[in-house]
Design a protein around this ligand. Structure first.
Ligand code: PAF
Length: 282
């Protein structure tokens, strides 16, 4: 595994790989790698001739009162994990090279970012699309892999790629969960044992939402109420949003006709967690 920190060197590697007619798969991460990342990496290795993984905690996607400073950083163990995966390149750029003084260009996807996480984290998607566009320009991948746990992020990136005629395929991968259903997230390492137990209520609530639909429930309001009950029963939880919406536009639904996205953001202690599930008639 080659470790590249310079933008120019990364571009050079990609040019040379493409000139040998080899495909490049790309997995963008902020490090603190877990099974969710490893599943994306595994798929990339299976589908592409070469795989590049980036680790960069992107400051522009964090708001002023968010957890940029306390975001988990485990570069040393991440490198050890990546060594065992068979990837070709770890791209670990420097913040001052990606965002030099006088940096002033951002890319924004409009409608889809006005819902869900876009409401509670107004800077988030602008930061994500900007860094992903930059990373795509630098690594020049054929295919990029993203997790469905961040469903809205995946949709927003797909929209940017479509709208800006970008030459990269976006592949979404199912959420990886622990044996009790908790969705893998780098922020899980901030949870105490008690908080972890409360955090399981997110996936439990999503399961119960699907069970209700299977039983014939069609009212989004009733489903939201049931989810709220399941989560609020657990200690230390504070709901940010519960949405039953269209999986692409994120417009809130009142009735579930065929399928809907149920998306949740919940604070457990001081950690903000998200999870989602497509529900519908089976
Ligand atoms: O999902 C993440 O880890 C980040 O938002 C991403 C896509 C790596 C952009 O910084």
């Amino acid at each position: 595994m080659k470790i590249i920190t310079s933008i120019e060197e990364m571009k050079k590697w990609s040019r040379s790989t493409r000139s040998k007619d080899k495909t490049i798969g790309f997995v963008a991460t902020m490090g603190s790698l877990h099974e969710g990342h490893l599943s994306l990496i595994k798929t990339s290795i299976a589908k592409c001739d070469t795989t590049v993984v980036s680790i960069f905690v992107n400051p522009t996607q964090f708001g002023p009162n968010e957890d940029f400073d306390s975001y988990p950083r485990h570069l040393k163990s991440d490198k050890q994990i990546l060594q065992t995966t068979g990837i070709d390149v770890l791209f670990n750029p420097h913040q001052n090279e990606l965002y030099p003084e006088k940096f002033q260009t951002f890319v924004t996807v409009e409608d889809k970012t006005n819902y869900l996480c876009g409401t509670s984290r107004p800077q988030f998607f602008r930061g994500v699309t900007t860094i992903i566009l930059k990373l795509f320009n630098i690594t020049n991948p054929h295919i990029a892999f993203f997790g469905e746990k961040d469903w809205q992020q995946l949709e927003v990136i797909r929209t940017m790629v479509h709208d800006l005629n970008m030459d990269v395929s976006i592949v979404g991968q199912p959420t990886v969960r622990d044996k009790d259903g908790l969705a893998m997230s780098s922020r899980n390492c901030n949870l105490s044992k008690l908080e972890k137990n409360s955090a399981r209520s997110l996936s439990q609530a999503l399961e119960s939402a699907q069970a209700l639909v299977v039983k014939g429930e069609r009212s989004a309001e009733n489903i939201r109420t049931e989810i709220r009950k399941t989560i609020e029963q657990k200690q230390g939880t504070k709901i940010d949003y519960i949405s039953v919406c269209d999986p692409e536009s994120f417009a809130e639904q009142t009735k579930i006709n065929s399928k809907a996205l149920v998306a949740l953001a919940v604070r457990v202690g001081s950690t903000r967690l998200i999870d989602n599930r497509i529900i519908g008639k089976i």
